[in-house]
Design a binder for this molecule. Structure first.
Ligand code: AMP
Length: 308
């Protein structure tokens, strides 16, 4: 049986997790199937790793506006973390996550343990992200996107949504998911949600010290500088963005690219049209990513990445 509490505002579920009233928490495949069969109309899924913030809430809200029912998945997918990455210290805040889901009108939360998603321990069969999965984030995080696509494929099969909502914040992930899911499910992109000073919201921002938090602003500031020079062409955009990054030695840049949004190849100087200006950097012990879509060859609205 899944945990559904209708009477008291907050009750303690079987695993000791308080489940807010009106929200169904499914921990197993059969519990999710039972909850899914109760949902009617157009069903949305929003996949997350938990430690939910306003960025996730915006995805839930968009899904709620456009669909009749919303399933949120909360699953810290070990397959997409490398051996030296932050799986062990990644924030786990299920109680608060369930409250946020309730507030945002989520109907069902699927929060499985790894053995529910991968009953044999090893997934056996995996999705390969191919060449696109080896670029940018994939170059720094080998195998990351194979892990992402494998879990997304599994969660799509389990949740059977009509639409799936993903953040533009993870632009390469979004591109790969669009490539994998060509038919059957509408993949909907939601623009990056930022703090008032421009920093893209991320569960990993919790790792930042006060100094790191200041230094982290270099990322949106560099994107902002790039956009300001959009009309002048590709090299002017790259130069302006890089100039901001190099002025902050505590921001250790992994990559800065101006790339075609479909191929992720660097755009040439003559290129006109939409391009992805993407950056990844280490600040303290935290690796941060950010991006913005720029229209090369014309003036752009610079408000998207906040104040310079
Ligand atoms: P995560 O929990 O980090 O795996 O993110 C789950 C989903 O939320 C992904 O589709 C992310 O792209 C999206 N997301 C995370 N942060 C933001 C943000 N600041 N703005 C918009 N979407 C976001």
């Amino acid at each position: 049986m899944s945990e559904r509490v209708e009477v008291s505002p907050v009750a303690t579920g079987g695993a000791g997790v308080p489940v807010p009233a009106g929200l169904a928490l499914a921990r197993t495949r059969s519990e999710l199937a039972a909850e899914r069969s109760r949902l009617t109309g157009r069903v949305a899924v929003v996949m997350t790793m938990g430690a939910l913030h306003e960025g996730h809430a915006t995805l839930f809200r968009r899904a709620r506006e456009q669909c009749d029912s919303v399933i949120a998945t909360i699953f810290l997918n070990p397959l997409q973390f490398g051996p030296n990455e932050d799986l062990a210290k990644y924030p786990r805040t299920l109680d608060a996550d369930l409250r946020l889901c309730t507030r945002e009108g989520v109907d069902v939360v699927f929060a499985p343990s790894p053995d529910v998603v991968y009953p044999d321990g090893d997934p056996g069969v995996m999705v390969s992200a191919g060449r696109l999965g080896t670029l940018l984030e994939g170059a720094s995080r080998p195998g990351h996107f194979d892990g992402v696509l494998t879990v997304v494929a599994k969660l799509l099969h389990l949740a059977r949504p009509d639409a799936a909502y993903f953040g533009q914040k993870d632009a390469q992930q979004l591109l790969l998911i669009r490539r994998m899911v060509r038919v059957g499910v509408d993949v909907v992109a939601v623009p990056t949600v930022r703090e008032a000073d421009g920093l893209a919201m991320s569960s990993r921002n919790e790792y930042l010290t006060a100094l790191d938090r200041e230094v982290a602003l270099t990322l949106p500031q560099s994107l902002h500088a790039g956009i300001v020079h959009a009309a002048e062409g590709a090299s002017a955009i790259r130069r302006a963005a890089r100039d901001v990054l190099v002025r902050e030695p505590l921001c250790r840049v992994d990559y800065l690219v101006l790339a075609h949004p479909d191929t992720l190849d660097d755009v040439p100087e003559w290129y006109r049209g939409e391009a992805l200006l993407a950056v990844a950097a280490r600040v303290g012990t935290t690796r941060l990513i950010d991006n913005v879509l720029v229209t090369v060859g014309q003036e752009n609205d610079v408000s998207e990445v906040g104040a310079p």
